[in-house]
Write a protein that binds this ligand. Structure first.
Ligand SMILES: Nc1nc(=O)c2c([nH]1)NC[C@@H]1CN(c3ccc(C(=O)N[C@@H](CCC(=O)O)C(=O)O)cc3)CN21
Ligand SMILES: CC(C)C(=O)C(=O)O
Ligand SMILES: [Mg+2]
Length: 263
């Protein structure tokens, strides 16, 4: 991106071209994605596709700060979101102290917290104290254990009405945008049009104010993860295996290094 977005330019973008959000966990990829992405999310999904764990529950604040620093170093001109990990925003006070750690130890532009109506008081305490907040409603990956799995939301009238209340509450608490994950497309569309801040979808259909995907999913690098909402824009795993296999063959056959790689 040529010009770094701001909280107010993101808010004002509602109704214009959809926002492009993508995750990155290191400087190498943040630099590569920064050419095309409006916003870079340092997602706690890194606990799965970077650290190899089976869910996001065990991600720590220290880990998020480490990766956020790497992402900011690779993309100093990009708008960066740091995902607050599980257990770091259980009440307003701890949420603020932990978010202050993120702001003081990294160049992140905002934090992201999962939750709706029930977390609005926490979002308000953060925004009242100078921490910009991106909300996250719908399917909440940090609730995987309590919910007994990843469940698409918005399938019943109750769920739809809850999502509308969640979005309203997060907006009123001062969030400048929110992610909506794993929600029926017609419901996500209604949620997006019910608030005046951008609603960025993942598995929530096309009628929202932007899209977010995990970079390793869309590049086909994270093979064990193939939910319906992911589109593979590259077969990364095959490309990497092919290249490393060719290197291995050439080492075995003494074809590499050649004269031009030799002092
Ligand atoms: N690499 C990666 N990509 C992600 O998008 C992602 C993560 N990790 N980690 C954190 C969360 C977890 N996410 C998930 C994980 C599983 C499903 C899933 O299994 N979805 C089912 C639908 C279930 C239903 O129909 O209710 C699917 O088959 O798509 C969805 C989102 C999204 N997030
Ligand atoms: C899936 C996105 C929205 C996220 O929260 C993450 O990458 O952790
Ligand atoms: Mg996350």
């Amino acid at each position: 991106m040529s010009k770094k977005l701001t909280i107010s330019s993101i808010k004002k973008s509602k109704g214009n071209t959809p926002l492009v959000m993508i995750t990155a966990y290191d400087a190498l990829f943040s630099k590569l994605v920064s050419d095309s992405a409006d916003m870079i999310l340092v997602g706690d999904s890194l606990n799965m596709s970077f650290a190899g764990k089976s869910d996001t529950i065990s991600a720590t604040l220290e880990q998020m700060i480490y990766h956020t620093n790497a992402v900011c170093a690779g993309a100093p001109e990009s708008f960066v979101i740091c995902d607050m990990p599980f257990g770091t925003y259980v009440d307003a006070q701890s949420a603020l102290l932990n978010s202050i750690q993120v702001f003081q130890q990294t160049q992140a532009d905002c934090v992201k917290v999962e939750g709706g109506e029930d977390k609005a008081h926490i979002v308000k305490h953060l925004t009242d104290n100078g921490i910009a907040v991106c909300g996250h409603i719908g399917l909440l990956p940090q609730s995987v254990r309590s919910e007994g799995g990843y469940k698409v939301k918005g399938k019943t009238l109750e769920e739809k009405e809850q999502l509308l209340r969640d979005a309203k509450a997060i907006e009123e608490a001062g969030a400048f945008c929110m992610v909506i994950e794993g929600v029926k497309a017609d419901v996500a569309k209604e949620v997006a049009s019910s608030v005046s801040i951008p609603v960025i979808g993942i598995g929530a259909g096309v009628d929202v104010d932007g899209q977010v995907l995990v970079f390793s999913d869309m590049l086909g690098l994270f093979e064990e993860f193939t939910p319906k909402f992911v589109k593979k824009y590259m077969d990364g795993a095959t490309l990497v295996r092919y290249a490393v296999g060719k290197y291995a063959d050439e080492v075995s056959n003494r074809e590499f290094p050649k004269e031009e790689h030799t002092y």
